[in-house]
Design a protein around this ligand. Sequence first.
Ligand code: GSH
Length: 226
Amino acid sequence: MTIIIHHLQRSQSERIIWLCEELGIPYELKLYTRDKHTLLAPPEYKALHPSGTAPIVYDGPIHLAETDAITDYLLAKYAPTPNALVPAPTAPNFADYIFWRHFANGTLGPATGRVMMFAFAQVDAANPVGLGVKARFENAARMVDDRLAASKWLGGDEFSLADLMTVWHLTGLRQFNPFELTPWPHVVEWLKRVGERPAYRRAMEKGDPGFEPLLGAGKPEAIRRG
Ligand SMILES: N[C@@H](CCC(=O)N[C@@H](CS)C(=O)NCC(=O)O)C(=O)O
């Protein structure tokens, strides 16, 4: 039985396609486009799982949402042990790997998401809560940049799941609330390396054909509402 990746285009479910491409896990891909007005998932996507959020993966009768749950599931069930994305617990960089793997969705993702929501709500720039939200995001981005100044990849010398989990928050997410990456030069260099990975290129082309991933430092064009 082949797993089905339900990919909401221009969304973080690109990470699951990428994970499967990196590890050679076979999958069937189903593509869904965002509602043109709300930019949210369309009703047929919402019907796939109670969460209604991308990614969603079907493995026969098992229907999973939540990126971290899906990655843990696919790695445990379908990836060889050891595999190239997860350092062994005995590796000297294991703690670094675990930290950055969880920093992605535990801190960086929520921080970028809150900044985006405040921008959507057009909160006054001097609003103290908004300023706090911005400061949390900038601190998270600075931490990633500092780490990448000291280490080629987030988890250490080799590309890992920590990188795969982090990329979306500093690339695709910027199409909803465009911002530059120029304050974080090591992030920009790292994204160049990410873009050289054949599995990344394949995943992006399969998931969002014709859409150039936002790997550059400049402010990207915002996704258009219909
Ligand atoms: N915590 C969830 C967040 C999922 C999420 O918010 N996905 C966005 C895509 S980037 C989504 O589904 N947006 C469309 C919608 O909410 O209708 C995860 O890590 O999978």
